[in-house]
Design a protein around this ligand. Structure first.
Ligand code: ZN
Length: 171
């Protein structure tokens, strides 16, 4: 999936994380932090690769990155472990019991992890896939459903948005 698609899904993840944290009675600041982090988390596996355009001998440009594309930054085990840690380390939502900076740190971590997971879910149907067990290109798994940029990806985006709406209806 391309950047715009990931960002559109990222907004849906902001909505979902906000619904969950609101349900837990977190205040506006921790919820806001989570929303911003979910948006940046949804593109994180790509921007963490630190990519730039590299000029080739024939004058054309291609994408080059410090970390090889779709390896360690797209590693499912790391993102799932991060999400589980973020979920279980959430502090008491009552401001009388928790420093607000601590609450913001943890809710932002949760939003970021949720955004990152959404990125992997959007990349895994593409032929390249994402690494699951080990963070190398040899361990990539692909559902081989459609190519990145295919029109079907808008159905995927819509599905995330439906979950976003549902998360506010059920909580
Ligand atoms: Zn990606």
């Amino acid at each position: 999936m391309g950047k715009t698609g990931h960002q559109t899904v990222g907004v849906a993840l902001s909505v979902i994380s906000a619904a969950y944290l609101h349900y837990l009675h977190f205040g506006l600041l921790p919820i806001g932090a989570s929303c911003i982090a979910a948006f940046y988390g949804s593109t994180a596996p790509d921007w963490l690769e630190i990519a730039h355009a590299e000029k080739m001998h024939d004058g054309s440009y291609r994408r080059a990155s410090v970390i090889p594309h779709r390896t360690i930054t797209h590693w499912a085990v790391a993102w799932v472990a991060f999400l589980v840690w973020a979920l279980f380390s959430l502090p008491n939502p009552n401001p009388d019991h928790t420093l607000w900076l601590n609450a913001i740190f943890h809710t932002a971590a949760l939003g970021f992890a949720m955004g990152g997971i959404s990125h992997l879910l959007c990349d895994i149907p593409n032929p390249t896939g994402v690494p699951i067990l080990m963070p190398t290109s040899r361990h990539r798994l692909s559902l081989r459903l459609w190519r990145s940029g295919s029109g079907i990806e808008w159905l995927e985006v819509t599905a995330f948005w439906m979950v976003g709406v549902a998360s506010w209806m059920v909580h």
